[in-house]
Design a protein around this ligand. Sequence first.
Ligand code: 13P
Length: 344
Amino acid sequence: MDIDELKSVARAIVAKQKGILAADESNPTIKKRFDSVGVESTEENRRQYRELLFTTPGIERYISGVILFDETLRQSSSNGIPFAKLLSNRGIIPGIKVDKGSKALALYPRDKITEGLDGLRDRLTEYKQLGAKFAKWRGVIDIDEHDVPSPYAIRANAHALARYAALCQEVGLVPIVEPEVLMDGAHKIDRCEVVTSQVLEQVFVELDAHRVAFEGMLLKPNMVIAGKKCPHQADTQQVAEATVRCLTRYVPAAVPGIVFLSGGQGPEEATDHLNAMNTMGAHPWELSFSYGRALQEPVLAAWKGQKTNIAAAQQAFLKRCRLNGLAREGAYSRVMETAEAAAL
Ligand code: 13P
């Protein structure tokens, strides 16, 4: 493990104004996204869609890294340039999702556990040879108002995240550690704060026990937010304050950056929340984004699988990248959502 190399990649990913595009949807997930706009999920359509994203002019000012799915890391642009090389040529760091998805945790039917540790050391070595410089593993923490997640599910997922992170650092990949407390359900924001606190506390206990260098990793958490079905939705400032309070208590200052997932928030909502946190003053870590849906929803809606829509889809993508780049610095406001203002 070359800690200096890990630190420098981690810091480059959370450079000022920049964040991550999460384009690592597994084939079942991208099928759902394509279904929503009437596009068939063939290997070629997936390739064309990812090419649209990666070749959007100007995104390198706001996007420092892209998380790819295994299939995409092995694909190339229409003119034959492997996607990892195409991104690197633009100054964008390629990364790779390495978990194999979440399943029901045995004997805990309401909890989940992420699979993919067996054979991971060899897969990481191959991904590194294919050009990846960082990796992602997502632990899924289901939540209800009372007794989900179980303490054991928190421990099991934290343990898996730490084993993955140690393997990444051993081979020289920056691990993005993603414990996601879901925003499904009807729980209030306070319940999300309690569960997110328990999860982060346990994750850092396990990372430390596994000798993971905090300086050479990034954390990808959920924001502290009420469940989608909760009638009492917290406002932007409450979400920002609860999230920063929770992170300040449980995330060591040695971690260079925190890159939030969007988790089902709307694109503008996710930008608003990030912006509010970055207006709250200096934090020990960079606060950035690693959004999937919040960056891609408007792109898919504009594209719909039609070649003639590519320019409009790329414009929609650049707009979201630019506005999230501004939110990184606390310089975003809702009025910028109108096309004219966003183009300034
Ligand atoms: P969302 O932003 O759509 O939650 O996706 C981010 C991600 O990478 C989830 O693992």
